[in-house]
Ligand binder design. Sequence first.
Ligand SMILES: NC(=O)c1ccc[n+]([C@@H]2O[C@H](COP(=O)([O-])OP(=O)(O)OC[C@H]3O[C@@H](n4cnc5c(N)ncnc54)[C@H](OP(=O)(O)O)[C@@H]3O)[C@@H](O)[C@H]2O)c1
Length: 174
Amino acid sequence: MLTGIGTVLEDDPRLDVRLVDTPRQPHLVVVDSRLETPLDAKLFIPGRQLYIYAAVVDEAKKAALEARGATVIHCPGPGGKVDLAAMLQNLATREINELHVEAGHKLNGSLVREGLVDEFLVYLAPKLLGAGRGMVNIGPLSELTQAVPLTYRETSLVGPDLRILARIPGRDSF
Ligand SMILES: NC(=O)c1ccc[n+]([C@@H]2O[C@H](COP(=O)([O-])OP(=O)(O)OC[C@H]3O[C@@H](n4cnc5c(N)ncnc54)[C@H](OP(=O)(O)O)[C@@H]3O)[C@@H](O)[C@H]2O)c1
């Protein structure tokens, strides 16, 4: 699982499996440019592997986060942000080659703009919310040809919600 510091600070999520018994939790990756993850965040779960990728590493903060069980990785990119492509390559060296992103519109948008997303798994509730933050921060597009094309692969109902699996054409299958 991957999330961003915006979600950690706003929602304080656990991002764990808890509706079924499981002997192990999924590894968690946090994109946190300036190591702002709070030491009392709920995502620190004993026994779970937690990787925090940062652009700027303060050694005292790093030591404090590692004392809580995280692995802090220095991965600087342009503009003081994390180099997302280098992060994925680094994760691959740790034998992590499938990543489920559960992040906000900024990080989602950066991953899409950099061509790092293969597919979308969208759960659509039957509700109208009006203007919001959106799912992916891209655009504004000046013409429709600039849109990110998708191919629907599966649709199903999950309770009252619609589950949509869509792929970006041409991306690798896994
Ligand atoms: N399923 C859902 O509906 C869902 C899921 C998750 C989150 N959310 C919502 O999303 C909101 C938070 O959205 P968000 O977009 O602010 O948070 P986010 O996607 O969790 O994290 C975005 C942050 O990641 C950091 N980042 C580091 N390197 C980056 C890079 N190369 N490119 C882009 N970002 C980089 C940026 O922090 P710096 O500016 O410090 O560099 C950026 O502010 C929350 O309200 C949460 O509830 C919704």
